[in-house]
Design a protein. Structure first.
Ligand code: SAJ
Length: 423
């Protein structure tokens, strides 16, 4: 099989990873077709606009759509390479749901041809890339696939997990090192040839199963470390010690680096991916499973603490600062802040004021509650007796501490020190 020169690529799934990836390849003069099943997303992108809030992404998409390098559609078309960046959520009992990967593979099966490259970027349970090669083989008996014989294969297949940080996606897509796991060495090498067109970081080659576990390991590592910080904050709460001070002092040790406790773990990755390891190896992953539980329980503990204090107030008005899952982004997926605010809003005895500079209206989940309102920072500070800092947006860090001094403050992020009370 001869190496193809990449002129066109087809990116399946135009979400937080797929759209920036499509835009980066397009800005390096490849013809990029972005595919998404959502008609509104496709139409928005073809107008040079985006459905995702990510710094500079809107400008890059607009520029490449206008230049004719980036187009969106609902169905894949023939290309030199296919990049699959669709969601991989979990079902009940935390069982991984790879049906979107299967649907993407099925959609490209009729159009792939000899010499094509297929890359799965979606975070996957171990074995998904080899299984995808088998799915393709069942649908295209006229082609040879690498799980069968790498040397005879007509199609190259790899897993190269995305590792970008929301809020800094465009820079990290280019500068991060890239793990590339081929269904055989030739697949890995061919995949590196494509990424080298845009990636300045090192391309690290391995097999597909290892690459799948590497990605899961990274996010499970972070989850376990955040769970440790969250557990220490609960211990501090129990012993009436300031967790921020204790952790900051422990971090002066040359080999200790405790992360920051917070209201829990949000986002679509760290709260999900560790379960893929747990599902594949349940009997040997107790630490990973416990970390998930520690982080998942954190929002409920915080809500209970707030309710206990609020119940002592006359006509309680509670202001929640921040609904996003982390600082300085407008991403509310799996947000513990959102969960806490919803639990408070569900209590008919409370008036809940919400502040988030990344929101122009309250998320739809609040529509069933009447005593909840989206307000400005000034209005929240003026009207609420109880202030809850849930997301450490830059705007909240600037609030004058004199304005907080007459309030009851729950600071879950350690931003408004010394007004702690939070974790
Ligand atoms: N958090 C804490 N304390 C901390 C750090 C984070 O409570 O000290 C919380 C955040 O507030 C947030 C959650 O954890 O709710 C996750 O935030 P994050 O910044 O740790 O990670 P994500 O979900 O935005 O992105 C992660 C990254 N993975 C790692 O850092 C190992 C990113 O590189 C991955 O590409 C991304 O998951 C992904 O798509 O998998």
């Amino acid at each position: 099989m001869t190496t193809t020169k990449f002129k066109s690529i087809c990116v399946i799934g135009l979400g937080y990873v797929g759209l920036p990836t499509a835009a980066i390849f397009a800005s390096n003069n490849l013809k990029v077709l972005g595919v998404d099943t959502n008609e509104e997303v496709v139409s928005l992108i073809n107008k040079g606009r985006t459905h995702i809030i990510e710094p500079d992404l809107d400008k890059l998409v607009k520029k490449n759509v206008l230049a004719g390098n980036l187009k969106a559609t609902q169905r894949p078309e023939p290309a030199d390479a296919f990049i699959i960046a669709v969601p991989t959520p979990f079902l009940n009992n935390h069982k991984p749901d790879i049906s979107y990967v299967k649907a993407a593979i099925t959609s490209i099966a009729p159009i792939i041809k000899k010499g094509n490259l297929v890359i799965i970027e979606s975070t996957c349970p171990v074995g998904t890339t080899e299984t995808s090669s088998q799915w393709l083989a069942e649908l295209r008996e006229d082609l040879v696939f690498p799980h069968f014989d790498e040397n005879l294969a007509d199609i190259y297949i790899s897993h190269s997990p995305e590792r970008v940080l929301p809020g800094n996606i465009l820079a990290e897509l280019v500068s991060n090192d890239r793990v590339i796991g081929g269904v055989g060495k030739k697949c890995a090498n061919h995949t590196m040839d494509l990424y080298k067109l845009v990636v300045s970081g090192t391309c690290l080659l391995t097999n597909a199963r290892t690459a799948e576990l590497v990605k899961l390991t990274e996010n499970a590592f972070r989850d376990v470390n955040i769970a440790f910080a969250n557990e220490i904050s609960l211990v501090c709460d129990h012993l009436n010690i300031d967790p921020w001070e204790a952790i900051a002092l422990a971090n002066h040790h040359p080999r200790v680096n405790v992360l920051n406790p917070g209201p829990g773990v949000g986002g679509h990755c760290i709260a999900v991916d560790p379960w893929f390891i747990a599902h594949s190896a349940p009997s040997v992953s107790p630490l990973i499973q416990t970390a998930r539980k520690v982080n998942d329980q954190k929002p409920n503990r915080i809500t209970n603490n707030i309710i206990n204090v609020a119940k002592t107030l006359q006509d309680p008005k509670i202001a929640c600062f921040g609904l996003a899952y982390k600082a300085d982004i407008g991403d509310f997926r799996e947000s513990p802040a959102l969960k806490i605010a919803l639990q408070l809003a569900a209590n008919p005895d409370f008036n809940v004021l919400i502040v988030d500079p990344y929101l122009s209206q309250l998320p739809s989940q609040f529509s069933e509650f009447t005593c909840v309102k989206l307000v400005s920072i000034t209005e929240a500070l003026h009207n609420a007796q109880l202030l809850v800092l849930l997301t450490d947006h830059a705007e909240f860090k600037k609030i004058d501490s004199n304005l907080l001094s007459k309030k009851i403050v729950f600071d879950t992020r350690g931003v408004w020190k010394p007004y702690k009370n939070g974790p």
